[in-house]
Design a binder for this molecule. Structure first.
Ligand code: IPE
Ligand code: IPE
Ligand code: MG
Length: 260
């Protein structure tokens, strides 16, 4: 698969459909609380939303969908909730991977997977292997993922692989070592659940993404709510540091050297 360099250098042609959508699926707990249900009921309902949004992305022709499922900070939650979330993850993989495969979805999981139990790790590996040849939609699940972890692991791997460059590394040297080097940077970032923060998600890759925040809780984020986010995205002018007037001239033309 191609390794994408930073989308902040060249202006990608503005498509009506974002090529890459990244989502922080937040608000499951509050959805359950409003209904006097245990938090896990919200997470269960959240899995149904995932199913709907994946289908919607397939219909729209979105090529990359990245979902934040469990952050490196979520281990701080009560043990019982963490354990139930892990069980849900296992069950979702067991139940959904065949269908994803039939629909041409390539599944990838990014994050520090070493902390997961061996069965979950092997399930992840098998699911990735099974769907590796698909390219209709790449669905990435970020699990035990943190943006700071990602940048650090990339820097560490880069410094081992390219010691001769020492302190002369560039953005393009680092990019191939990031966990999502197989994908272009997100065009559209969505966070449901009302909070307006990044919570250590894709820190490097979100540099020039269009940000969309909605109060809708993840279990209630349906096709109409997704459509609203896409409509908002279409109204944005992505300038990548340039002026509005320049856009017509330089669209897709490569930057001059040194013009980062
Ligand atoms: C997001 O929903 C799911 C995970 C973080 C796993 P939350 O569980 O954070 O829901 P709220 O924010 O408490 O409503
Ligand atoms: C972010 O949600 C992580 C995921 C959705 C997996 P949180 O609900 O954990 O974020 P904070 O702690 O409120 O920032
Ligand atoms: Mg939350």
């Amino acid at each position: 698969m191609a390794i994408f360099s930073s989308s902040t250098r060249d202006i990608p042609c503005s498509l009506a459909v974002p090529r890459h959508v990244a989502i922080i699926m937040d608000g499951n707990g509050r959805w359950a609380k409003k209904r006097f249900m245990p938090r896990v009921a919200g997470h269960r309902r959240g899995v149904e939303t995932v199913r709907d949004i994946v289908r919607n992305c397939l219909e729209r022709g979105v090529r990359y969908l990245t979902l934040f499922a469990f952050s490196s900070e979520n281990w701080r939650r009560p043990e019982e909730e963490v354990s139930l979330l892990m069980q849900l993850f296992v069950r979702a993989l067991q139940q959904e991977v065949d269908k994803l495969h039939r629909n041409g979805v390539c599944l990838r999981v990014v994050g520090d997977l070493s902390r997961f139990d061996p069965y979950l790790q092997s399930l992840i590996r098998d699911s990735e292997q099974k769907t590796a040849g698909n390219d209709r939609l790449t669905l990435t699940v970020a699990a035990n993922y943190g943006g700071r972890w990602d940048i650090l692991q990339a820097a560490n791997r880069m410094s081992v692989a390219r010691p001769e460059k020492q302190s002369h590394w560039s953005e393009t040297d680092l990019a191939p070592y990031l966990a999502m080097s197989y994908a272009p940077e997100p065009d559209l970032f969505i966070r449901t659940g009302g909070e307006q923060r990044i919570s250590n998600f894709l820190l490097w890759q979100l540099a020039y993404s269009e940000l969309y925040f909605t109060d809708t809780l993840w279990p209630e984020f349906d096709a109409a709510a997704f459509e609203k986010a896409i409509v908002s995205y279409r109204q944005r002018e992505r300038r990548f540091g340039r002026t509005s007037e320049q856009l017509g001239e330089v669209r897709q033309a490569p930057d001059k050297e040194g013009d980062a």
